[in-house]
Design a protein around this ligand. Structure first.
Ligand SMILES: Nc1ncnc2c1ncn2[C@@H]1O[C@H](COP(=O)(O)OP(=O)(O)OP(=O)(O)O)[C@@H](O)[C@H]1O
Length: 643
């Protein structure tokens, strides 16, 4: 009798990527409602409108403001938040739990109105003023912008709007937000119905302003949610969420001593039980919940379950505005889960790959040969923004152009708020043509006429890229985004775009030497002026000029992108350091580089950009040393390096 034969064990097939990607994710995210970006709903000025849920008054106001149709995100969100059922529109809903909402929609797609309209519509029915809507934003500038939108929509509705950003003194803000700070009022005492604020100042008021209470909140809006969730300042989110929920530690001392709560002290329904005497218990009592509905918005909403868990979302509903084409799902994984973000449809994206020293020239080329105006130019820091502005001003002064000069200003957190506001006003009035800025305004800022965005320093993560380029092509307009990518960054930048499924949309533009030749001499003059603004006798030349200099002089050749030279590099330059940093392409560049002759110090200096690997630096060093050994007349000095 033969033995039974069993088939060999086999490994089960690995689950497909799409199944693996969904593991551990919130089911609500997987079941997100996908909204087509081209869907629109007309606003009917008169009569009933069952589709949008907006009252006639609000619709008329929208039409006065020139808004005649709702954008995609609004067409999805307004019916959901306003709906026809009265529970959705009530100010308190302690029994029927309201669903929280998360929205991912492209930049400039109208997310602000998507939450401003329901807030105004629902809160307009209120009789007593309580703090019922809290809108948290990451920067002061955004707070001011959202306040303007809210004021425009809520005009004539009697709603009181406040903001807290730290721009005014704490005492002043307290007096604007709270009516009575003298006695302890368990229900709080608010002068405003809606508060727009930054998280830091919000925490200051929660901890330091008597009678500032979040118990009556009907809406908690977190705009630019992914950015704010990444901000752990004083654990702000946990503190805010705790303040919206009743907890035994909020019960006043008076409950223990049986002193009745003052009648004028109006408590939110979910907080009544903390004050035994005013809560009448019956056998059919249902547990009361806080009525606060959380609304989260971003163009780059996170799908990270850990971060979302911190929000303690109540039966959340996700809305994702993205195209329905096959592009919307790669490898069968929905875009939001793969963190592939939808871009505005009318945005054209380009990249220019160049050597670091060429970047200023490329920017001048874009401005002078591609008519880049009304542009935001992003740099990696405020320091490089202000240096680039100076270089630009020298360049504009040096270039003999028939056109009127281009006005450039820097915009960064270094400037006081009032100055920032003035600069922004001038930019909006097109008195300033180019705003060179740090990432301070890369998120949320809405300036309709921005037609170009230039990332002078390439962004290091895809979220930053999405928000920067999203400052143009807003509200259905067209726009162009340019990214200047240094050669050594190109691989990383392209892989970043590739993994976001976005590389094909970014076109590479090649710029040859002859494209920029007409700008070279003005560029050299501007570079020299940036380094030696006080010396009138400075001059620029090429390396071959050095050998024509009499021997015995100390020569240093300047090479690199002067905008990126740190203050210490420049200080070293003035002290006479010979070689400050190296580039992996130093030797190749040396043949083409321009040196700067400082007649005051009578020196030439060689300054080469850092940020390269030690291996490259060493190999460049040895090539340079052997070069100078062969041509000692070209370089007579000790070599000093910061590496
Ligand atoms: N229904 C509409 N009709 C016409 N314009 C609109 C409409 N909704 C919004 N807008 C305009 O579109 C512009 C962009 O809106 P908004 O600032 O809300 O975009 P966003 O989605 O919040 O962008 P970001 O993600 O960059 O913050 C604003 O100028 C706004 O006034």
């Amino acid at each position: 009798m033969s033995l039974p034969v069993f088939s060999l064990p086999t490994l089960p097939d690995a689950p497909p990527k799409s199944i693996l990607a969904l593991q551990g994710l919130d089911q609500a995210l997987v079941e997100a409602e996908v909204v087509n970006p081209s869907s629109r709903l007309p606003i009917i000025p008169e009569g009933d409108d069952v589709h949008t849920g907006l009252s006639e008054r609000t619709r008329k106001r929208l039409i006065e403001l020139g808004i005649t149709q709702l954008f995609a995100v609004q067409t999805a969100l307004l019916p959901f938040l306003l709906g026809s059922s009265t529970t959705r529109r009530s100010l308190y809903e302690p029994f029927d739990l309201l669903r929280d909402v998360c929205v991912s929609a492209p930049t400039g797609s109208g997310k602000t109105l998507a939450y401003v309209l329901p807030i105004v519509e629902i809160l307009s029915t209120r009789i007593v003023t309580h703090l019922r809507a809290l809108i948290v934003l990451p920067t002061r500038d955004l707070v001011m912008q959202v306040r303007e939108t809210l004021e425009a929509i809520a005009k004539g509705r009697g709603l009181k709007i406040g903001s807290a950003t730290g721009q005014h003194s704490f005492a002043h803000e307290q007096s604007q937000l709270v009516a009575d700070m003298s006695a302890k009022l368990s229900g709080g005492s608010s002068k405003v119905d809606i508060l727009i604020c930054t998280p830091g100042r919000l925490i200051d008021h929660l901890n330091g302003t008597p009678n500032f209470s979040l118990q009556h909140l009907r809406f908690l809006v977190i705009d630019e949610a992914d950015r704010l969730l990444a901000q752990s300042f004083q654990d702000w989110l946990a503190q805010v969420l705790a303040a919206t929920q009743p907890s035994p530690r909020m019960a006043p001392e008076t409950t223990k001593t049986k002193r009745p709560v003052s009648l004028c002290d109006s408590l939110a329904p979910a907080f009544l039980h903390l004050h035994g005497e005013v809560d009448l218990h019956t056998d059919i009592d249902e547990k009361k919940h806080a009525s606060c509905q959380k609304l989260l918005f971003s163009a780059t909403l996170t799908s990270d379950p850990g971060k979302l868990a911190a929000l303690d979302l109540r039966n959340p509903k996700y809305f994702v505005v993205q195209g329905l084409s096959e592009e919307s799902e790669i490898d069968g994984i929905p875009n939001i889960i793969a963190e592939r973000f939808t871009m505005p449809e009318a945005l054209k994206e380009h990249m220019i790959i160049c050597e670091a020293p060429q970047k200023p020239l490329m920017l001048f080329h874009l401005v002078h040969n591609h008519s880049v105006r009304n542009a935001l130019v992003f740099t990696k820091s405020s320091e490089s923004a202000s240096r680039l502005v100076r270089l630009f001003e020298f360049f504009e002064a040096a270039i003999s152009s028939s056109e009127s000069p281009i006005v450039v200003r820097s915009y960064s957190s270094d400037l006081p708020t009032n100055e920032r506001r003035t600069i922004l006003e001038k930019f909006k009035a097109q008195e300033v043509h180019l705003l060179i800025c740090s990432d301070l305004i890369s998120r949320g800022i809405d300036i309709s006429h921005v037609s170009h965005v230039v990332s002078y320093d390439a962004p290091v993560d895809i979220r930053k890229y999405v928000h920067r380029v999203g400052r143009t092509a807003r509200a259905g307009r067209t726009g162009d985004a340019w990214t200047l990518v240094e050669e050594q960054e190109a691989y990383y930048f392209k892989s970043m775009l590739r993994s976001a499924g976005h590389l094909e949309r970014v076109q590479r533009m090649r710029i040859s030497e002859k494209d920029t030749v007409s700008l070279l001499s003005a560029y050299e003059v501007s570079t020299r002026n940036l380094l030696f603004p006080r010396s009138a006798n400075d001059r620029c030349g090429t390396l071959s000029d050095i050998s024509a200099e009499p021997p015995g002089r100390v020569h240093t050749v300047v090479f690199g992108n002067p905008v990126n030279w740190s203050t210490s590099t420049l200080a070293g330059f003035c002290r006479g350091l010979t070689l400050i940093a190296m580039s992996r392409i130093a030797f190749a560049a040396l043949r083409r580089c321009h040196y700067i002759h400082n007649s005051h110090h009578n020196r030439f200096k060689l300054v080469i950009d850092g940020s390269h690997t030690l291996h490259h630096i060493r190999s460049s060093f040895s090539r340079l040393i052997s070069y100078f050994k062969r041509r000692p007349e070209n370089f007579i000095s000790s070599m000093t390096s910061s590496c």
